[in-house]
Design a protein around this ligand. Structure first.
Ligand code: ASP
Length: 427
């Protein structure tokens, strides 16, 4: 039997390893890009072969866990909560939190961008050569709402349609709670399958340092920093917006609603943030987020099992920040002044776009076309920022998933579903 101290040392070890892997991956990627000349070994064997297979293999292992874990844990969570009234209360509170933090994120982004003015000084030639990006069709609100109900739940599960999975699982959970003993076998099945998935998450996570190292090394070996130069002010604006939202807005909110130390919250959540940074996908971080909130912050899985998958699908504060800055950037670069009403439209459409943004890499750029269309900005500007988006995607995904965890912790705290002793424990 491992003692508690041994377990603690092992966990601390993993967190540290993930960060060492992150730094090591960045350094290796930069060395490969700048110091090692292109050759078969570097391009095909190392970057295209080993880093690609090991990094993406790890990512796929994490993605493999998402659907079964979300499905089982929501069933267990909602059957444990039992009554629809409490579930509804938690759901509504969470959605309101998600929407408010996103609107606030865009306001932060617009303010930062209006101060830094990222679009001034972009050379005329850059604007002329940029291609346009096809605008996406916006789905009407009624269709979006209807789409939450799966016509075929098996298809919803197979396609990984998170909102459909959440709805179907909640209904099963409620019915399990209602009919009790009559469905004991099924209840036990889902509870045990859920345990298996959590165990699998821990197993896969032990590979995280290797996976993170390979993913980051591959990304950085392909990024030349010279491409950032003309867009440095744009990048700076996005990163400042993300920083302000993460360290100031989130910390203030966490303290305001829970009176707990926000520094502990961020420190304990660092491994999940590191993982989100290296993969740039909110969806893949769901299993790790639920597990970390439970084991390090004492947040009950009854709450996190559905607020985290919901947040990974609809709550994208980081993406909204990028979109807010991009709007100011495009309006300045193409000299299309926006009015106060336009900015209000941007806050509204970017909040809706964030709901429609799937938690996978680069989708934020696709839904940005919807925001641009709402105020008549040219999609050529998106082509301009596309080349440097990967690094910003990594940073905004980190904020996206932290926002989910923040709202989850606050809701859990208010619902007395957070063990404060676990949260306060130094780990
Ligand atoms: N990569 C982001 C996420 O998974 C979405 C985006 O902004 O592209 O949260």
């Amino acid at each position: 039997m491992k003692t508690n101290n041994e377990k603690k040392a092992r966990k601390l070890g993993l967190t540290t390893w993930i960060f060492l892997a992150l730094l090591g991956g960045m350094a290796t990627g930069c060395i490969l890009h700048y110091l090692v000349p292109d050759c078969y070994f570097k391009d095909t064997i190392l970057i295209g072969g080993i880093f690609n297979v090991v990094g993406n293999g790890f990512l796929r292992l994490m993605q493999m866990l998402v659907v079964p874990l979300v499905f089982c844990s929501i069933i267990c969570g909602s059957s444990a909560i039992g009554d629809t009234k409490t579930l509804g209360k938690v759901g509504i509170k969470t959605v309101i939190f998600y929407l408010c933090t996103t609107a606030c994120a865009i306001a932060v982004a617009l303010s930062v961008a209006l101060i830094i003015k990222p679009g001034l000084g972009i050379p005329e030639s850059a604007l002329q050569t940029s291609e346009s990006v096809e605008a996406i069709e916006t789905t009407s609100l009624t269709d979006t709402l209807l789409n939450i109900i799966p016509k075929n739940p098996v298809q919803g599960l197979a396609e990984g349609n998170m909102l459909q999975i959440i709805l179907f699982a909640i209904i099963i959970g409620i019915i399990l709670a209602k009919i009790g003993e009559r469905a004991e076998l099924v209840s036990n099945f889902f509870a045990q399958f859920n345990d298996i998935m959590m165990e699998m998450t821990t197993m896969v996570m032990s590979l995280a340092p290797i996976g993170v190292f390979c993913l980051i090394a591959k990304t950085f070996s392909g990024i030349g920093f010279s491409v950032f130069l003309p867009l440095i002010k744009y990048m700076l604006s996005v990163l400042t917006g993300l920083g302000v939202h993460l360290f100031i807005v989130y910390s203030a909110m966490f303290f305001l609603f829970t009176r707990l130390n926000p520094y502990h919250f961020i420190r304990k959540y660092l491994p999940v943030m590191g993982f989100a940074f290296s993969t740039a996908t909110s969806n893949a971080t769901i299993p790790l987020a639920i597990e970390t909130l439970y084991s390090k912050m004492g947040v009950s899985k009854k709450i996190s099992s559905f607020t985290i998958p919901l947040g990974a699908t609809v709550n994208m504060d980081g993406t909204a920040i990028m979109q807010g800055v991009a709007v100011v950037f495009a309006s300045e670069a193409f000299n299309i002044p926006l009015t106060g009403a336009d900015y209000a439209t941007v806050i509204l459409t970017a909040t809706l776009a964030s709901i429609g943004t799937a938690g996978v890499p680069s989708v934020g750029l696709v839904t940005l076309t919807m925001v641009f269309a709402s105020v008549g900005l040219p999609t050529e500007a998106i082509a301009l920022i596309m080349g440097i988006d990967r690094l910003l995607d990594m940073a905004r995904t980190t904020v996206n998933i932290t926002g989910d965890a923040l709202c989850t912790s606050i809701v859990a705290y208010q619902d007395k579903a957070m063990d404060i002793n676990v949260f306060k424990k130094k780990q």
